[in-house]
Design a protein around this ligand. Structure first.
Ligand SMILES: Nc1nc2c(c(=O)[nH]1)N[C@H]1C(S)=C(S)[C@@H](COP(=O)(O)O)O[C@H]1N2
Ligand SMILES: [Mo]
Length: 231
């Protein structure tokens, strides 16, 4: 087998190294004299430029789906948490709404190059749902299934971030069906395809499994500041 030697001076590797150094300095509270990695605008609350590289900011909110928008009456809606959990559960709409309700303002970055900034959301933290069901220590990934047949996957540590929410309200209004109502997930620090609209089930797993777009060429990591768009 011929094993190639990665070029340590390539743009890709250089950029990632700069990002590692930058975030390390930031976490340790050290001063940073190098360039702020990739993107434009003031830094966001996670220390990254507000607009990731290659993104155009829009006030409109485009709709992306697989050509089918499921209609889910609230009395038929449920959210299942399954897999490696001490207490697997299927929450009804009422049970879901008993979890602490969190309001947050965050940005939304689509891999097709548009970003919608400062969206005001209300919903339930992914981590509150997961903690309730007691995630077993073997868990490394979650695989997410939606009511339209869509799926996506992410590392558990990404899903547990403070800003990952299952939202039912946008700008004070119930989340519309076209945008994933009754409930969708949002992943502000990853491209938006990692956030399933019409979310129905979260499977906690030891092994990774590629979701719908990840199988078809979207990058599994999906970090907008590293432009991890496609394979
Ligand atoms: N269930 C489901 N979730 C989905 C998708 C989808 O087709 N089905 N598209 C993804 C993609 S590619 C993006 S960019 C966002 C788009 O959300 P929006 O239509 O509300 O803008 O949802 C993501 N979640
Ligand atoms: Mo997207």
């Amino acid at each position: 087998m011929d094993i190639p030697t990665p070029d340590p001076n390539s743009k890709r590797i250089r950029t990632r190294e700069a990002m590692i150094q930058y975030q390390k300095a930031r976490q340790e509270g050290k001063e940073w004299n190098g360039e702020v990695p990739m993107g434009e605008g003031p830094l966001n609350r996670d220390g990254m430029p507000k607009t990731p590289p290659g993104q155009n900011v829009t006030d409109r909110w485009p709709v992306l789906d697989l050509g089918f928008q499921p209609e889910i009456p609230l009395e038929n809606w449920s959210l299942t948490l399954s897999g490696l959990l001490d207490y697997p559960a299927a929450f009804s709409w009422e049970e879901f709404n008993k979890f602490p309700q969190v309001e947050d303002v965050s940005d939304f970055h689509c891999v097709t190059s548009w970003s919608r900034l400062d969206n005001r959301w209300k919903g339930v933290r992914f981590s509150d749902l997961a903690d309730h069901c007691r995630v077993q220590k073997e868990v490394r990934y979650v695989y997410i299934k939606a009511y339209d047949g869509y799926s996506t996957n992410l590392p558990i540590e990404e899903a547990m971030k403070y800003d990952v929410l299952l939202v039912h309200t946008w700008e004070g209004m119930p989340l519309s069906k076209e945008h994933g109502g009754p409930v969708r997930m949002i992943t502000p620090q990853l491209y938006a395809w990692k956030g399933a609209k019409w979310i129905g089930e979260i499977v906690f797993r030891e092994d990774d499994e590629l979701g719908f777009w990840e199988q078809r060429g979207y990058n599994n990591n999906a970090n907008p500041w590293l432009e991890e768009r496609y394979w």
